[in-house]
Design a binder for this molecule. Structure first.
Ligand code: SAM
Length: 240
C-alpha cells in the first residue's frame, strides 16, 4: 500500500456496512484519490484546483490575469487560485464568483450566491469584479438528475451561456475556459468562439477522471468587440 505525502495510505477499503455499494465505491475512490489528498495538503477546497493549474501549466492563462470571473465556484478552489494570481484583496477586489450554492468566504473574492442563468447575474458579476476582466473561467456542471442525456444538455447550455457572456465582458487579449463534454460542443458555439478568439481548443487534464466524459474548452486571445462588430458588418454586407 502506497503512502501519500500526508501519511494517508492509498488503496484503502471502506468496510461493508450500512452504506450502499455505490456510495461505498464512491467513498473508496474519494479517499484513495491522490488529487483529493494533494488538495488537502496544499489548502485547496477541491481537487478541481489541479485541473485549472494543469491547464495553466500548459496554456498560460493565469499569468497576467488582472481581473477574473469564476462561474460555478463552489466550494471555491478555482477562486482561491484566482485571488492569488490577481493579488485580489478585500480593499481591492479583482475576482467575482457565482454559484447557487453557498461558498465559504474567500478573502479578495466577491461571491454572489445566485443562479448564473438569472437575467440579473451578468450585470451583478460585472459590477462585483470592479473592472474589465481578462479571464472568465467556468467549471459549471448542472445538478445531476440521473438522466445522463438531460444532465449533458443542461451542462452544455451552461457552457454556451458562459461563452456568450465571456465575449460580452472580456478585455481584448483575454481568455475563456469552460467545462464541456467529449464531443458535446455544438458546432455553432465553436464557430462563434473561433470567430472571436485567436485559438480554440479542447483539453482533457490528467486530473480529470478518465472515466468522466468531462473536457475543457479553452478560447485564447479574445479579438475584442470592435473586431466582432466589423466582422458582423462584413457578413451582413456579403448577404445583401
Ligand atoms: C464542479 S463544481 C465547481 C468546482 C469549483 N471550480 C472549485 O474549484 O471548487 C460545479 C459548480 O457549478 C455550480 N452551478 C451549476 N449550475 C449553476 C448555475 N446555473 N448557476 C450557478 N452555479 C451553478 C454548482 O452548484 C457547482 O457548485
Amino acid at each position: 500500500m502506497t503512502k501519500t505525502p500526508i501519511g494517508r495510505k492509498l488503496g484503502q477499503k471502506v468496510k461493508k456496512g450500512k452504506l450502499k455499494a455505490s456510495s461505498r465505491r464512491w467513498l473508496e475512490r474519494h479517499i484513495n484519490d491522490p488529487y483529493v489528498q494533494r488538495a488537502k495538503l496544499e489548502g485547496y477546497r477541491a481537487r478541481a484546483a489541479f485541473k485549472l493549474l494543469e491547464i495553466d501549466e500548459k496554456h498560460q492563462i493565469l499569468k497576467g490575469a488582472r481581473r477574473i470571473i469564476d462561474l460555478g465556484a463552489a466550494p471555491g478552489s478555482w477562486s482561491q487560485i484566482a485571488a492569488k494570481v490577481t493579488n485580489s484583496t478585500e480593499e481591492d477586489i479583482r475576482v467575482a464568483a457565482i454559484d447557487f450554492l453557498e461558498v465559504v468566504p474567500i478573502p479578495g473574492v466577491k461571491i454572489l450566491q445566485m443562479d448564473f442563468l438569472d437575467p440579473e447575474a451578468p450585470a451583478k458579476l460585472i459590477e462585483a469584479v470592479g473592472g474589465t476582466p481578462n479571464l472568465v473561467i467556468s467549471d459549471m456542471a448542472a445538478p445531476t438528475t440521473g438522466h445522463q442525456k438531460t444532465d449533458h444538455l443542461r451542462t452544455m447550455h451552461l457552457c454556451e451561456v458562459a461563452a456568450y457572456f465571456a465575449v460580452e465582458v472580456l478585455a481584448e487579449g483575454g481568455h475563456f475556459l469552460a467545462k464541456t463534454f467529449q464531443g458535446g460542443t455544438e458546432r455553432d458555439l465553436l464557430n462563434m468562439l473561433k470567430q472571436n478568439f485567436r485559438q480554440v481548443l479542447h483539453i482533457k487534464p490528467a486530473s480529470s477522471r478518465s472515466e468522466s466524459v468531462e473536457m475543457f474548452l479553452l478560447a485564447k486571445g479574445f479579438k475584442g468587440r470592435r473586431v466582432m462588430q466589423e466582422e458582423a458588418a462584413e457578413e451582413h454586407e456579403e448577404t445583401l
